[in-house]
Design a protein around this ligand. Structure first.
Ligand code: G3P
Length: 217
């Protein structure tokens, strides 16, 4: 499973990229607002840090407007992936952009049927939002299982990009279901490394090592 980070904070992206575990980045208008930086400038900087797909979202709601914005965004770098909402105009735009060889991430997906439409429109990635589903009392991961089954039934190449990931259990479940990608905030990615027994084990080994009075090298 590929790991994308869901942020427009370039310091965080740089830091996580150094682990060698980062396969891409996703942003959205809310994350750009949080970063407080010029959108085009920040996308350019991120695309230079991470060679994998970097999602940049259009804000127009009509097909022509989306195409105009996508033209600007895709010129920034080859790894810029255009993010469009799951609407009729969004999927029209998706079809046209992927036809030109541009990667497209269809976002704000909340049902397996919507994911089926995105795959038929040739989406590179579909982004079902699991956390927002959980927030209103539904099981977001159930939709990931359904999409996996549908995509496998028909051999769709669209990659399932689990979004709105809120905690490590979402990551675990995504991997068990066989999602292609998950995107998580930096804090959740950092949580994946942590276990109290790992920390306690290191402490114990170092304490015993100190008692040996030895050094390596
Ligand atoms: O980038 C889209 C998605 O990951 C948003 O997550 O936490 O705002 O629901 P969240």
């Amino acid at each position: 499973m590929k790991f994308f980070v869901d942020t427009a904070d370039t310091a965080e992206i740089r830091d996580l990229a150094e682990t060698g575990l980062l396969d891409g980045v996703t942003t959205n208008p809310s994350l750009v607002h949080k970063a407080g930086r010029d959108f085009l400038e920040v996308v350019k900087e991120i695309a230079a840090i991470v060679p994998g797909p970097v999602s940049a979202e259009v804000v127009a709601l009509d097909h022509d407007g989306m195409m105009r914005e996508a033209e600007i965004l895709r010129k920034i770098a080859d790894n810029v992936t255009i993010k469009v909402p799951l609407t009729i105009d969004g999927l029209k735009t998706c079809r046209q952009l992927t036809g030109d060889g541009t990667m497209v991430n269809v976002t704000l997906c909340f049902t397996a049927n919507q994911a089926l439409l995105a795959a038929k429109a040739g989406a590179t990635f579909i982004s079902p939002f699991v956390g927002r589903h959980d927030d209103i009392g539904f099981d977001g991961m159930q939709i990931i299982s359904e999409i996996r089954q549908i995509y496998d039934n028909y051999d769709f190449a669209t990659q399932i990009l689990v979004a709105s990931v809120r905690h490590p259990v979402h990551v675990l479940q995504s991997a068990l279901i066989g999602a292609d990608v998950m995107t998580a905030p930096p804090a959740v990615i950092r949580q994946l490394f942590k276990h109290p027994l790992t920390d306690r084990g290191i402490e114990g080994f170092l304490a015993d090592w100190a008692k040996t009075g030895q050094k390596i090298g």
